[in-house]
Design a protein around this ligand. Structure first.
Ligand code: PLP
Length: 411
């Protein structure tokens, strides 16, 4: 008989509490009309995660459709090129169907939508990666799919708009505001308020109002569960550190969550420093933001003195977001999460180092995690007996045009 993947095996733990708070963060800052829908979603989720039939169906799709478990690859030549003495291991989410970790989340949410009897799924997308992952699972399960996307992004991310169309989804361009992700999110929420009886809202990161940060974390935690099992087999113990890039925070919390109670495992989140942390053009909400409310929950946020949300900047579209999920904000304040940052230029260098040393073209988001490895504390980086797992969140095909343009003649 087929093995069932270790889904939802860890207890949810202390956080979020009954009100969806992770310490000072999270919660529900949404129109009153959505509270019953969020309550429904939460109870449907609790029932689904406890139901063996849901777990088995998700497990089968994650294995036979998406390609789990993903490999854990040793990267000795990368370590040498970067001057890292610790053993480096890459968790290969880049090898998942559609090329990134996002499918772990959309598969679980689409199965949940179907369980809840909703035949229409909506999503917002910035770079288009979450839109493609949502369109993919809607095609697979025969669900109607509408994706909201800022006009600016529709133009910048034309290949993903085409992909969504080919997968049978309808892309609705959003003209409002700065015509990017946060406007698309507002539009998706408006749609949900109007059509809440028939419609499931599929959020793409461990952000948004409760229960989304919990739900997305649980669906992405398969990454950390596999890392734990693979390290137990390979090393006979847990890794010494796990490193992941942080946009909204879903691949990071997915890789970290299993290890949060084990204080011996250090957790490093890498934010986009863009043109530099002091340039004002970056996506480093944990490093340089202040707590505020965006997209229905309280978390670290890039904002002006008087609380206006600031546009983020990063060469990687997936890290170009002014907020971050509430759980990472909490872990940062609790000093459980250590926050690093890599600039656009450093990420490009990381991309190239990985390509030339290991034969892997990674996503620019993931290249930030690679670029941060030389910045790890010396006691981790220089310890020959230490093992560091880097979550390689996605593959680089989507970024080739950007990378070639940025590298220019340096290529
Ligand atoms: C979307 C994306 C990210 C950022 O999203 P998180 O929710 O922070 O994980 C990172 N890497 C890749 C490859 C992505 O597509």
């Amino acid at each position: 008989m087929k093995r069932v993947l270790p889904l939802f095996t860890s207890e949810p733990g202390e956080f979020p509490d009954a009100r969806g708070r992770f310490g000072a963060y999270g919660g529900r800052f949404v129109p009153e009309t959505l509270i019953p829908a969020l309550d429904d979603l939460e109870s449907a989720w609790r029932a689904a995660r406890a139901d063996a039939a849901y777990r088995e169906e998700l497990s089968a799709l994650l294995q036979d459709y998406a390609g789990r478990p993903t490999p854990l690859s040793d990267a000795p030549r990368l370590a040498q090129v970067l001057g890292v003495r610790a053993r480096l291991l890459l968790k290969r989410e880049d090898l998942l169907h559609t090329g990134a970790h996002k499918l772990n989340n959309t598969l679980g949410q689409a199965l949940l939508a179907r369980r809840m009897g909703k035949k229409r799924v909506i999503a917002e997308t910035g770079a288009g990666q979450h839109g493609v992952a949502t369109a993919t699972v809607c095609a697979l399960l025969g669900l109607e799919c509408v994706v909201y996307m800022g006009v600016e992004d529709v133009e910048r991310q034309a290949p993903n708009v085409s992909r969504m169309g080919l997968l049978g989804a309808e892309v609705r361009p959003v003209e409002a505001g700065s015509r990017t992700l946060k406007d698309a999110m507002n539009e998706a929420i408006r749609d949900w308020v109007t059509n809440v009886r028939t419609t499931y809202y599929c959020i793409g990161s461990a952000a948004g109002p409760h229960p989304y940060p919990l739900l997305v974390r649980e669906l992405q935690s398969i990454i950390g569960e596999e890392i734990a099992a693979q390290c137990a087999e390979r090393l006979g113990r847990a890794p010494d550190a796990v490193v992941a890039c942080v946009g909204g925070g879903s691949n990071a919390i997915g890789a970290f969550h299993r290890f949060v109670p084990d204080r011996r495992v250090r957790l490093f989140g890498v934010e986009a420093a863009g043109l530099g942390l002091d340039s004002g053009k970056h996506g480093a909400s944990l490093s340089r933001g202040r707590p505020g409310v965006l997209h229905g929950s309280r978390s670290y946020l890039l904002q002006t003195e008087d609380g206006q949300v600031v546009e983020a900047h990063s060469i990687s579209a997936g890290l170009d977001y002014p907020g971050v999920g509430p759980e990472l904000s909490h872990l940062r304040d609790a000093r459980r999460l250590e926050v690093l940052a890599a600039t656009d230029a450093e990420a490009l260098e990381g991309f190239r180092a990985l390509a030339r040393s290991e034969g892997i073209l990674c996503a620019l988001e993931s290249a930030h995690a690679i670029a941060a490895l030389p910045k790890l504390p010396a006691e981790v980086r220089d310890a020959a007996n230490a093992a560091v797992v880097v979550n390689l969140s996605g593959r680089g095909d989507k970024d080739l045009a950007t990378i070639l343009k940025a590298l220019g003649s340096a290529r």
